[in-house]
Design a protein around this ligand. Sequence first.
Ligand code: AKG
Length: 361
Amino acid sequence: MMNSLQDWPEPIVRVQSLSESGLSMIPDRYVKPLSDRPSSNRPENGDANIPIIDLTGLTDDETELSRSTMDRISSACRDWGFFQVVNHGVSPGLMDQARETWRSFFHLPMEIKQAYANSPKTYEGYGSRLGIEKGAILDWSDYYYLHYLPLTLKDYNKWPGSPDYCREVIDEYGKELVKLGGRIMKFLSINLGLDESHLQNAFGGENIGACVRVNFYPKCPQPDLTLGLSSHSDPGGLTILLPDPEVPGLQVRKDDRWITVKPARHAFIVNIGDQIQVLSNANYKSVEHRVIVNSGVERLSLAFFYNPKSDIPIKPIRELVSADKPALYPPMTFDEYRLFIRLNGPKGKSQVESLKSPRCH
Ligand SMILES: O=C(O)CCC(=O)C(=O)O
């Protein structure tokens, strides 16, 4: 297994270089089968959006505003698996700085970026594909992936050295996002009827993992034939996404439609990952999402993954298991779990579904 993760099955092509070469047709290996193309589904309801939740009212006191905000978070977790948060406590200036720092990185000369080229062993660094299946149809994006926590995995040498303030900005951003992640974990825990630190403790308490994936979606001459990121659910705990404020692209599955997220100003997009689906015994669902691209303008997003400690077994929380609702998933560590996506790439929700105990079908 480990050997098969040593290297990519084919030479890596940077999507940004393809885009900048000015080609008018995309190469075949980016052309999706008809059923996966952006327009293959029922047209979306143009006004629909994921819930936008203002966290201002969330105080420790049991005020009405506080209760109604908690109820809105609860419904969003059950009905959508996704919501946007505003007034979340992270400074808008830091959000803009983080995004623009990464934009500067992606606009550096290719030789500089290539020094950080990644391998499928840890995925850390500058990458252009997920999964190592030879001949796979690829997504129209490049990315940068790095570990922020635990400290034993944090390695500045694998973080960009330029722009020269890049590492400092990532550190500052990471610190704020760990704080926000911890707060959201409390809300979810209380809403599940648990003690406020129960979910966090199930993640390993202070010893969580945290990673960043910066997605760069270059302009695409034939956006109707491909996707920037194929449909997937996030394998980790919680994802806190900083979207591109100017360019929509993220689509969330709602029943049999794809809803395009309209980002609110200085909002984060929060979504439930597979590990919380498992811990909550499917009270909360990790929902499939994908990214569409366009011919006019590039798009950049920062995904912050707030994950359980990677070597502890994750299984449905005892309080959420009953005779009526038996445990839907067997225990599995996050290390074991994420090998699937590292080998197979984004594949809808096939992994978490395949884990379900047979007696529950
Ligand atoms: O670019 C986006 O808006 C979404 C990115 C995403 O789904 C991911 O990084 O897992």
